[in-house]
Design a protein around this ligand. Sequence first.
Ligand SMILES: Nc1nc2c(ncn2[C@@H]2O[C@H](COP(=O)(O)OP(=O)(O)OP(=O)(O)O)[C@@H](O)[C@H]2O)c(=O)[nH]1
Ligand SMILES: [Mg+2]
Length: 406
Amino acid sequence: MEERLDISVGYEDGSPRITVVGVGGAGCNTIGILAEKEVEGVRLVAINTDRYSLASSRAHVKIQIGESMTRGVGTGGDPEKGREAAQKDSDKIQAALEETDVLFIAAGLGGGTGTGASPVVADLARENRILTIAFAIMPFDFEGPQTKKKAERGLEELREKVDAIMVALNSNIKNGDLTRPPKEAFREIDQLLYNAVVALRDVILKPSDMRLDLSDIKAKLSGKGKTIIGVGEGTGENRIEEALEKALHSPILERNNIRGAQSILLHIALGPDTDLKSMFSIVEAVISEAKDKFPDINPDLKMGYLQSEDMEGRVRVTVIATDFEEKETGGTMKEEELVKVSTSPGPMSTSRVDLPEEPEVEEDYFPFGPPIKKNKKKKQNVIRIPDRTEKDGLLFQEGEEDEEKI
Ligand SMILES: Nc1nc2c(ncn2[C@@H]2O[C@H](COP(=O)(O)OP(=O)(O)OP(=O)(O)O)[C@@H](O)[C@H]2O)c(=O)[nH]1
Ligand SMILES: [Mg+2]
């Protein structure tokens, strides 16, 4: 197999360097969305034992590992073989990581290559002091207890070796629209990785009016564990609720809210028609959600924003939430304290991040996993948007608050 190890490939001159590595079958498939959409300024690396999977990859750099052990056909679900294969070819992986500042490792867990080789990639990244974010995809329930066990072990190992981790659940695909073609549904998972990578790239690389840079990202993510990187875009009258809903409540991630997050990085892109008050209502909604059930925490939030003409009528919210407090100390906020936000995009939506509407499903529609409950009613997530800007000019003050329905 022809391997391209030109290490300058994929990056923009003089900018922080982002590398996305896909490991194993699922990892290589998932990074495909970045190649397909021709994301610039990001190096794509495909690592696999399976030469056939690599042949169809459009990554900038392709690395076949463990040829002598697997003869190019995968590990047959053996993580030990996956690990050994990566260790044997660690010099190639090391070369592909050279000069990287931020690394994403995408892998499906439960098989051999992704589960066994991705911790080796994480070790190499750590040795090179690269900020590393893992994007782990957990198997479907129907793949059985052995696969689940392998995946869980792999997840624990990976968690210890990376700075931050996003966990997507294949099983959650069935919470979406079941009448979609399967490829479209799986793409929703790929889209989460895409959103996270592009969000980080844009936050770091694109000029902003109030800018966040690589050191902000490092400070927020280094050694932080569970992470949510959410991006949402809204258009028209309800653009703020729509953008927040999409950024904060992914139906696919293991964690679909930012409650308890003590460290938040927020970037808001807006047009001249979105006013300061609206911008601050986004900040406060994010803080409110983090404090929901965790009234004692005081999230540390760093914000950047970009105002541009081409965002007229639109708002894009990027939230990177980490450092989750797990022990709840309070109840959920009362209904009347919350602004309800429908999960469906508004009629004018041209959003980049197309999350599905909550489907109407019948009990036995999906053939896998535990039976799905009837769900005729559209679920509503809630986001609290308090507003104190007019009253006392203090945005982050504790205490009583008005509420605004926008
Ligand atoms: N979302 C998504 N999940 C996938 C895809 N392919 C596989 N998976 C999931 O990822 C898990 C691991 O599968 P693979 O990535 O094919 O396995 P591998 O890492 O290549 O390991 P071996 O082939 O056993 O060496 C599976 O149990 C599936 O749950 C994919 O294209 N998309
Ligand atoms: Mg494979």
